[in-house]
Unconditional design. Structure first.
Length: 138
């Protein structure tokens, strides 16, 4: 069995964003030479997420609105974590959206359902963060 590891780095200029990273993950699979196996993609920071869904602007807007209702940023004083910080809401948004995804690799390609894509979700941007891609297989 082969193993491949790569870190992808992001510095999102806004507080929140959703970035389609599907092509970058596929490039990792291509570079790995693995044809059959699994790809793990996970956010290596506690205020960011990796998830799978549709690449549709309306859905991304709806996610942003929904997450802000569930864990609003303001007022920052509502969170105990925010003593000296202002990102408690980002931790909660990450918890909701998830840390990682695992996708089957078949024939050297991500084995997706219709419309599925991999996204990096940023909830406390404006600084450098990383995502780990780990691929195992033959």
């Amino acid at each position: 069995m082969k193993s491949y590891r790569k870190e992808m780095w992001f510095e999102i200029p806004t507080r929140r964003a959703f970035v389609n990273i599907t092509d970058e993950v596929q490039r990792c699979i291509d570079d790995s030479g693995i044809r059959e196996g699994l790809a793990l993609v996970n956010a290596m920071h506690i205020t960011a997420s990796v998830f799978i869904n549709d690449d549709e602007a309306g859905l991304h807007h709806d996610y942003d609105v929904w997450l802000e209702k569930l864990a609003p940023h303001d007022p920052v004083s509502q969170y105990r974590h925010n003593v000296g910080e202002d990102n408690a809401d980002a931790h909660m948004k990450r918890q909701i959206m998830g840390r990682e995804v695992v996708v089957a690799v078949t024939g050297g390609r991500l084995d997706f359902g219709t419309w599925e894509r991999i996204f990096y979700g940023e909830f406390d941007g404006r600084r450098r963060k990383r995502v780990l891609v780990k691929i195992i297989g033959e």
